[in-house]
Design a protein around this ligand. Structure first.
Ligand code: TRP
Length: 445
């Protein structure tokens, strides 16, 4: 007899854990610069439409599949179809995609941990403006630092997941997410007093229709997908721990809203800093977070506190995402082999740590696999996500049993009236949208 399915300790715990999964490096770094490059306010409008019309339906569908089966992705698709069904491969894809993303997400989070550490011990402030700018290149090139912090971050993640759903993930999300929101609010308030605040906001939110191209719409859709953590079984797994009478649509709306607010707030921090200091560029890539922003912060009063706040913000955002990524393979191992949570978390953590080594060493001189991290990111973001997203939406829209779907959408919901609209989006709009993003990403369109 299997143990009964674990459950969230509280509804707010689930919302914060799922929002924690969604809020990550994608909000703090990808969103601001994509917005800046694609027409500012126009892009934001398009982004919000993508979140509402595509992101929200897929997120609620994923949560619904999870709750209806009380299983992790592979077992969930198996239960709703039959063993060996084609649909089960979307479950496997989810487990593999989550492990792949975590393997290099942890390396980037490790950089943030290193920076948080040297903010606290004064080393970062001590290195001066020029030192900070060249520091990032040295950090990524150092094999020892990369491996140490990658392993440390994976150990933290395993530590939280070991605690289980209510006592680990739920509890830590209720600590980390409010802390993250407080730190972010503090940084927005500080940014509001910078000389470049107006110019920064103008760059991020100003309406520039001439910079919004057809590809910008696809960029908005792709970003919505990445930012909301959908398409790879994370939300499905978290949904499987949800109470029978929780309102799935209502929860999904809150998760999407929180994720979007954090992305907007991040833009209101990043660009005012960039525009307040001569010589900083609103460029893309990790250099924005690890070179440009600290170069600005270090020139401000109380720079030590500001730097530590900024990098702890990054670490917390990455940690809550990493927890949800590790939970996918862990719950898979528990369901598939009946293993204990301890054994599953230790094994999944160890395998993913090893898998991350080529990423951790990708910028080391003479690396056997140069830029492995970037290449893996390309495969995960452009191939695995869209394929997973299509699978989830087609399954929930067309293949899943109507009575079960209807029942779980309505259960405890104040959005009963939206059922038909939701199903129509899921069946038609969502798959077409994702296919367009996918074709664009692989260069066909
Ligand atoms: N949403 C995360 C971010 O913004 C990235 C991400 C995508 C993710 N898919 C995920 C995180 C699945 C956790 C689980 O950075």
């Amino acid at each position: 007899m299997q143990a009964p399915r674990a459950q969230w300790g509280s509804r707010i715990g689930f919302i914060l854990a799922a929002a924690g999964s969604a809020v990550g490096l994608g909000n703090l770094w990808k969103f601001p610069y994509i917005t800046g490059l694609n027409g500012g306010g126009v892009f934001i409008l398009a982004y919000v439409c993508c979140v509402v019309l595509v992101g929200l339906p897929v997120m609620s569908a994923e949560i619904l599949i999870g709750r209806a089966t009380q299983k992790s992705p592979v077992a969930a698709f198996r239960e709703l179809t039959h063993p060996g069904s084609f649909w089960v491969s979307f479950g496997w894809l989810g487990v593999f995609a989550a492990g792949s993303l975590l393997s290099y997400y942890s390396v980037i989070a490790g950089w943030a941990m290193h920076y948080a550490y040297i903010s606290l011990n004064g080393e970062l402030v001590g290195s001066g403006v020029e030192g900070v700018q060249s520091l990032f290149g040295q950090v990524v090139a150092s094999p020892g630092l990369n491996l140490f912090w990658h392993i440390a971050f994976m150990a933290l993640t395993v530590g939280v997941v070991l605690g289980g759903v209510a006592k680990g993930i739920d509890r830590w999300s209720r600590i980390l997410m409010p802390a993250l929101l407080i730190m972010l609010t503090g940084l927005v308030v500080r940014a509001a007093f910078l000389p470049g605040f107006g110019e920064g906001l103008e760059f991020a939110f100003g309406i520039r229709p001439e910079e919004f191209r057809p590809e910008s719409l696809l960029a908005a859709l792709g970003q919505a997908f990445f930012s909301l953590s959908i398409g790879m079984g994370t939300m499905l797994t978290y949904g499987s721990y949800l109470h029978r009478d929780d309102d799935i649509m209502d929860s999904s709306i809150q998760i999407c809203a929180l994720d979007t607010i954090v992305a907007l707030a991040a833009s209101a921090v990043i660009f005012p800093i960039i525009f307040s200091f001569a010589g900083l560029e609103p460029g893309q890539g990790p250099g924005l977070l690890f070179a440009s922003i600290p170069t600005g912060l270090i020139q401000m009063p109380f720079s030590g506190v500001l730097l530590a706040t900024f990098f702890f913000l990054l670490v917390f955002a990455a940690l809550t995402s990493a927890i949800s990524l590790l939970e996918v393979p862990v719950s898979f191992l528990i369901d598939q082999f009946g293993w204990s949570r301890g054994k599953s978390a230790a094994l999944a953590g160890a395998v993913i740590t090893l898998y991350g080594i080529p990423s951790a060493l990708s910028y080391v001189e003479g690396s056997a696999l140069p830029e492995f991290l970037d290449k893996l990111d390309w495969v995960v973001s452009n191939l695995m996500f869209p394929v997973g997203g299509i699978g989830m939406s087609l399954f929930a829209g067309w293949r899943m049993d109507e009575a079960l779907r209807h029942d779980h959408f309505l259960s405890g919901s104040k959005y009963r009236f939206a059922y038909n609209a939701w199903l129509t989006l899921l069946r038609f709009i969502v798959p077409v949208g994702i296919v367009c993003v996918f074709l664009n990403a692989i260069g066909v369109m």
